[in-house]
Design a protein around this ligand. Structure first.
Ligand code: ADP
Length: 261
């Protein structure tokens, strides 16, 4: 709490009293801390792949490139790490757009069925690589008003996570339903699950339950923050049911009609 005060005098300069202003700065302080943490996280996330790219290129130039197997192995690492930088920068740019005050969705008629069929070949390829079974079930009216490329991003991020956080031979399913004036989409996996005390934190920027697992699978730690922003910009909501070692379901609910706020 911050207090500032000033005396008040009457016209004949007699002291009448004092005005005290109380500022609750705890929220400001918290925001400032979050901003600092964010900058520290971004710097750290950028530094890790750059250090690795520099290290492996230097080792190659110092003579390791004469060994062909080593050359190939190191180039793969450099490619992977630069891919990580690219995804990170893409996600950061998207998040900063979504967080701008003057940000607007590009609202149009969207056929979710069509959107999913555009998305599924890419997701299927990812599932095949990880030996995960993917099923989709689409029922009902799939037309809604929304921002097509951003909604695609929502389902892409949820499906990518479901595939990444499940085990070999695991199952991932997407179920679409329409109910009255809303659509309900759930993405389920039978993977690692999320501990109950961490469920409320996974939508925070850079919050990860298992850092190594997220990084290994190419995660930026920003996917769910982006999902939440996009769904809420559509006046919808997203929530999670999860049991450790059994699996996770993300439920997304979005009104069919978009109302400008
Ligand atoms: P990341 O790039 O790390 O996947 P996200 O923002 O998409 O970042 O997710 C944040 C964290 O939430 C992940 O690191 C992971 O710990 C957890 N998580 C997300 N989806 C799942 C899931 N389907 N199953 C288990 N954990 C998940």
């Amino acid at each position: 709490l911050e207090v500032t005060g000033a005396p008040i005098f009457s016209e004949d300069r007699k002291w009448k009293g004092v005005v005290l202003v109380f500022h609750d700065i705890s929220e400001l302080k918290q925001l400032e801390q979050m901003r600092k943490d964010f900058v520290a996280n971004v710097s750290h996330e950028l530094k890790t792949p750059i250090t690795s790219i520099r290290g492996f290129s230097e080792t190659l130039l110092d003579g390791a490139m004469k060994d062909e197997a080593m050359l190939e192995q190191f180039l793969h690492i450099i490619l992977k790490e630069s891919g990580r930088l690219q995804s990170l920068i893409q996600d950061l740019l998207e998040l900063s757009k979504l967080e701008r005050e003057d940000f607007n969705l590009n609202i149009e008629q969207v056929n979710i069925q069509r959107l999913l069929s555009d998305l599924l070949p890419i997701v299927q390829q990812h599932a095949d690589q990880k030996e995960v079974h993917l099923t989709t079930e689409v029922e009902g009216n799939t037309m809604i008003e929304g921002d097509s490329s951003r909604l695609k991003q929502v389902f892409m991020n949820l499906l990518t996570n479901a595939i990444n956080y499940t085990k070999v031979d695991g199952n991932v399913s997407l179920i679409f339903k329409d109910k009255d004036d809303r659509i309900l989409v759930s993405v389920s996996d039978n993977g690692v699950g999320i501990p109950q005390e961490e469920v409320s934190r996974i939508f925070e920027r850079f919050y990860r339950v298992d850092k190594a697992r997220s990084r290994n699978s190419g995660g930026t730690g920003l996917g769910l923050a982006i999902v939440k922003h996009i769904v809420e910009a559509h006046h919808g909501n997203v929530h999670v049911d999860s049991v450790v070692d059994e699996g996770t379901t993300f439920h997304v609910e979005i009104p069919k009609q978009f109302t400008q706020s």
